[in-house]
Design a protein around this ligand. Structure first.
Ligand SMILES: [Fe+2]
Ligand SMILES: [Fe+2]
Length: 170
């Protein structure tokens, strides 16, 4: 296994669920609700698993030989992005499922999440493939999938202070 591949697979699943939401009839509020429940739960578990397993390991790389890349900076960005994604998910709850305002709130989550995934794929995950050996990537993958499976029903959504996160994990 390779944690960077698991992250990529999760991102693909997130894109898939957003695209499924777009194709459900707007009056089918029950289907919209259950698919959104699954997607929002998954987004939160994925972010929490990254914060527990992926970003501490990224920070452990230090900056040394990572030409132009700084794991501390990438991690700060990611924690801020995860907070934005959580806040945008929370904003959906205030809207009636299937209403114009609900779709607008979902679109805001999709935008925050896709911007974040693109950055994560370009930066942290690339650093990882280049600088972390296969054995370690396997170990982290097992920890990552175990956390996700163990929390398949969800985690408490909790914003993290980016600077404090860095102090605790760097
Ligand atoms: Fe992330
Ligand atoms: Fe991610």
């Amino acid at each position: 296994l390779d944690i960077t591949q698991l992250l990529l697979d999760d991102h693909q699943e997130q894109r898939r669920l957003f695209s499924i939401l777009e194709q459900i009839d707007r009056t089918d509020t029950n289907s919209l609700r259950v698919v959104w429940n699954r997607l929002s739960t998954f987004l939160e578990v994925h972010a929490e698993a990254e914060e527990r397993i992926f970003y501490p390991a990224l920070l452990a790389l230090g900056r040394g030989d990572l030409e132009g890349h700084d794991p501390r900076h990438e991690t700060l960005d990611a924690i801020r992005d995860h907070n934005d994604i959580r806040d945008s998910i929370a904003a959906v709850a205030g809207e009636a499922v299937g209403s114009a305002a609900w779709y607008k709130a979902i679109a805001a989550v999709n935008e925050a999440n896709s911007d974040h995934m693109a950055e994560e794929e370009r930066e942290g995950m690339t650093d990882f493939r280049l600088h972390v050996d296969r054995e370690r990537r396997h170990e982290l993958a097992v920890a990552f999938i175990s956390f996700e499976v163990d929390h398949v029903e969800g985690v408490e959504a909790e914003d993290k202070d980016p600077k404090r996160y860095l102090d605790e994990h760097a």
